[in-house]
Design a protein around this ligand. Sequence first.
Ligand code: AMP
Ligand code: MG
Length: 402
Amino acid sequence: MEGIELEQAVELLLTKAKVPQETEEVPLTSALGRTLAEDVRADFDNPPFDRSPLDGYALIAADTVDATRENPARLRLVGEECAGDFFAGTVNPGEALCIMTGGAMPQGTDAVIRQEDVTVTNGLLEVPYPLKHHENYCLAGEDIKQGTLLIRQGEVLDAPRIGVLASQGHAKVKVCRRPRLALGGTGDELLQPGEPLAPGKIYNSNLYLLAARLQELGAETKILGIIPDDPQGAADQLRRCLDRADLLLTTGGVSVGKKDIMHEVIKLLPAQRLFWGVQMKPGYPLLAYEAAGTLGLALSGNPFAAYTTFELLARPLIDKLSGRTPRPFPRLKAALKNDFPKASPGRRFIRACCDIATGTVSIPSQHSSGSLFSAIGCNALINLPAGTGKLAAGDRVEVLLL
Ligand code: AMP
Ligand code: MG
């Protein structure tokens, strides 16, 4: 097999990627999955004040040193404070304040006794055991200290991060703009779903497969639809996307057949070819190019080849274009559940379903690159190095989790 090694191809694409520098402010409710554009530090302690972790009574621990069930400490109740209230007074020795979870610890107190452990008679609180300094006491800044670096630029906003931003009072957050992609499928055989099926035609499944993945990855996608097998028309269509798109992504027309127009298209764009052919199966015929600073990837039209190469090459690139460090695939060794009686003279990726708990992996019986159906339920790619022989159930293989 000629062509570039996969890892080299990814490296080259990442080096060539021009990461968009624009940022935007989005409300927290729209921030999920976005990349943070600047470091965020804590402006204040959280919680902002010392508070009670339970429903009970705030008191002075020193008042309870000799308390026993038979001879409880008796403290005078001076008021009540629920979460959100603020008791402005001071609790003096011999006194206590009824306090609810989340209530600010009143001045003078240093411990809380649980409501269930006390009795109250005639405004007197009976404490049946001694409390320690700061027992049942939550200190200001216990969660977050003022000045702490909370989230770094480039981190992806997930639910905990969004919650932390909210706890610091941020209503909006500065994020990197989404990468913009232009997505099309080449092929005179293609129909859009919704059109009636006709002899010799198939539906453009790749477009929807990849558009869905791009949506999952948080990219902004311009759908070009079906690009006919006409090099000039295809080049014109792609050229019109250059001023806006960060990446041109197409499938089909990239092998060595009569209608493999993409070789001609990049001459007409014009674009500079970065490489053609990646040492892997499926998806070997893959053309990477650069036109006026915009990267282009022309993937094989076979749906599973398009899917595999999208995951292995386009996904890291889209991560980078999103302002983040590409996520490595989680890798593990797993035992095959079934035989794979094909030798792999070249590097091969096989769709598979990996059961992480048992460390086993199974390959669906239909796994040709033209077949998409069996990809449903697959969560992994088996990575077979070039020169791997036939495999039998029980053999251990390397698995990349998608
Ligand atoms: P190509 O890479 O253009 O030679 O196409 C390889 C195979 O994939 C052919 O069988 C095509 O009909 C099929 N194919 C190409 N593009 C698509 C697409 N967008 N959706 C589904 N199948 C496709
Ligand atoms: Mg084609």
